[in-house]
Design a protein around this ligand. Structure first.
Ligand code: ZN
Length: 321
């Protein structure tokens, strides 16, 4: 067992020691849109990816290779990937829930594949169509196939903080899935609070437990703001040394298979928080703020993020106004 990789954010902000940085993975085109009833055009999905990449985000989960009957909004997965401008330094991630989805993702030409393990039996059956043990075996086979195809491969542990059907999820179950994923050679392990029940003490406990179990495998966290704890959880994850955080422009999103699941943490709110805390993301807050009214128009509704409405701080001074 090795020491947890915790970081001291205040020290970094005041210029002492190595600057803390965290990678932001934009998930609005996939997790954000998958619950939207209004169909979003392929062109608008491509524009959403383009805008977030232009803001400096280096990894974007662009779609899900899931059966279109299950998630109609993702029916154009191949078309979205084919239409993306490539070679601009942004890694294109496709979500795949099974080996069929993985083959589609490989054929479509994604850079990375994100697969899902679920830390509760009932939710695993509803989301993945298989139980936890079989789900772990499927992900291990997918990891080998992705490696053979030369793709980066992440395993996301869904319901890692609580299950909509079974309630509390044991830390030991999360750790067991993480150990299996690490043994399968995945490039990254993510802990996902799919239904937005976590609080910072849960994040600290589970990130430390998984870190102790998987050693140097990079960790990512995925939070939903269902109970308004998402940003506090994200900040705690950064303090605990996670390498990456998922976020969704405007805070859109939700899981079609989890009752009452609401949006991901808003990317622009997260970047504001991290900027002010001296944590580097490489992402332009201004570019994100400009993209939010565009996204509101596409969806025909005001997205839940707050920063784009309030503006950054300090605000730019407009001379003569
Ligand atoms: Zn999610």
């Amino acid at each position: 067992m090795r020491c947890a990789r915790r970081v001291r954010i205040r020290g970094a902000a005041s210029g002492g020691g190595e600057a803390v940085q965290v990678e932001i993975v934009e998930v609005a085109p996939r997790d954000g849109l998958q619950n939207e009833r209004t169909p979003v055009s392929t062109a608008d999905k491509v524009e959403l990816v383009r805008r977030t990449a232009a803001a400096g985000i280096r990894r974007v989960e662009v779609t899900s290779f899931v059966h279109p009957g299950r998630v109609p909004q993702m029916a154009d997965a191949e078309e979205v990937v084919a239409a993306l401008p490539r070679g601009a330094g942004t890694s294109v991630i496709g979500l795949a829930l099974n080996e069929r989805g993985l083959e589609r993702a490989i054929a479509a030409g994604v850079d990375e594949v994100n697969a899902v393990l679920v830390a509760s039996e009932e939710f695993s059956r509803r989301n993945q169509g298989v139980g936890m043990v079989e789900g772990a075996a499927v992900v291990a086979r997918m990891a080998a196939r992705a490696a053979a195809a030369g793709l980066r491969f992440s395993a996301t542990i869904g319901a890692a903080f609580g299950c909509p059907f079974e309630g509390e999820v044991a830390v030991a179950d999360v750790v067991r899935l993480a150990e299996g994923a690490a043994a399968a050679g995945v490039d990254e392990i993510a802990l996902a609070d799919t239904i937005g029940v976590a609080v910072p003490t849960d994040v600290r406990e589970r990130v430390r437990a998984v870190r102790s179990a998987v050693g140097e495998v990079p960790l990512r966290c995925h939070f939903h703001n269902t109970r308004n704890t998402g940003l506090a959880n994200a900040f705690t994850a950064v303090e605990e040394g996670v390498a990456a955080l998922d976020a969704s422009l405007g805070g859109i999103g939700g899981c079609p298979f989890a009752p009452a699941a609401t949006g991901n943490i808003p990317t622009e709110d997260l970047v504001y928080l991290l900027d002010r805390a001296g944590v580097r993301t490489g992402v332009s807050l201004d570019a994100l703020v400009e993209a939010v009214p565009w996204l509101d128009r596409v969806l025909g509704a005001r997205t839940p993020g707050l920063l784009a409405r309030a503006g950054g701080f300090p605000a730019p001074v407009i001379v003569g106004a």
